[in-house]
Ligand binder design. Structure first.
Ligand SMILES: [Zn+2]
Length: 232
């Protein structure tokens, strides 16, 4: 039996069991085990992990852990080196709507199974957002984030902070219902679908070419502006 000593920094401590929240976690293992495998056995999904140091030297998730190793595991630094495109796990519909309001491309269905999600991740470079650590630990996930909060607005703040999205927010240009980019449409073209007060007070409209939802700078827009202000 071999023993290694892991220390997790910053937000990675969120994943440790309460009784593990010692600065150093002792892990016993047999045979060849990577840092990734041992960190995940302690509950820390690999997409959350950034820099790894083993006995003070630079290591990686793939470093094979040796007996008596001291392993320091850092969280991924905030930021988003890839395009901010997301795939959201089931039950995250409100977060998907919020992210779309801010202009981010979010794939979300409430009934994706694991195999469908894996396929999407393989075909498209998307960041997986989930509360399911097991899902985040799957090999196919290269970029991902485990949402800590159960509240969708707090989740939005987490995502904006984690991926440093503030500069990339473009509100009012994506359909909240189906993720498609909106297109401008003339008032005449949608006149018969507008309520009398909307007709009276608004002149600029956009439409989702996929689901035909009409958008204008009415109450939705005010709510969205408020949301943007709140999170920025
Ligand atoms: Zn739509």
């Amino acid at each position: 039996m071999s023993t290694a000593y892991f220390s997790f920094l910053g937000r990675l401590n969120d994943f440790l069991r309460r009784d593990q929240q010692d600065p150093i976690v002792t892990v016993q293992f047999r045979e060849r085990q990577s840092v990734k495998h041992l960190a995940e056995s302690l509950g820390v999904p690999h997409p959350e992990i950034g820099q790894v140091q083993v006995n003070g030297q630079e290591g990686s998730l793939h470093t094979i852990t040796q007996d008596q190793d001291q392993v320091e595991v850092h969280p991924v630094p905030n930021g988003c080196p890839v395009e901010a495109r997301f795939l959201l796990d089931n039950h995250l519909g409100r977060l998907a709507a919020y992210l779309r309001m801010l202009g981010f491309d979010c794939l979300y269905e409430n009934d994706y199974d694991d195999a469908e999600m894996a396929e999407i991740l393989q075909q498209e470079e998307r960041i997986l957002l989930s509360r399911d650590r097991r899902l985040l630990m799957r090999k196919v996930v290269t970029q991902g984030y485990c949402l800590r909060s159960l509240d969708s607005k707090e989740q939005l703040i987490e995502v904006v902070r984690r991926f440093d999205l503030r500069e990339r927010i473009i509100p009012f240009h994506r359909c909240v219902r189906c993720n498609h980019p909106l297109e401008p449409v003339s008032k005449e073209a949608v006149l018969d679908r507008l309520e009398p007060l909307t007709k009276q007070y608004f002149d600029e409209f956009q439409i989702c070419p996929a689901c035909k939802q009409i958008y204008w700078k009415g109450s939705h827009y005010d709510k969205m502006q408020k949301l943007v202000e709140e999170i920025t």
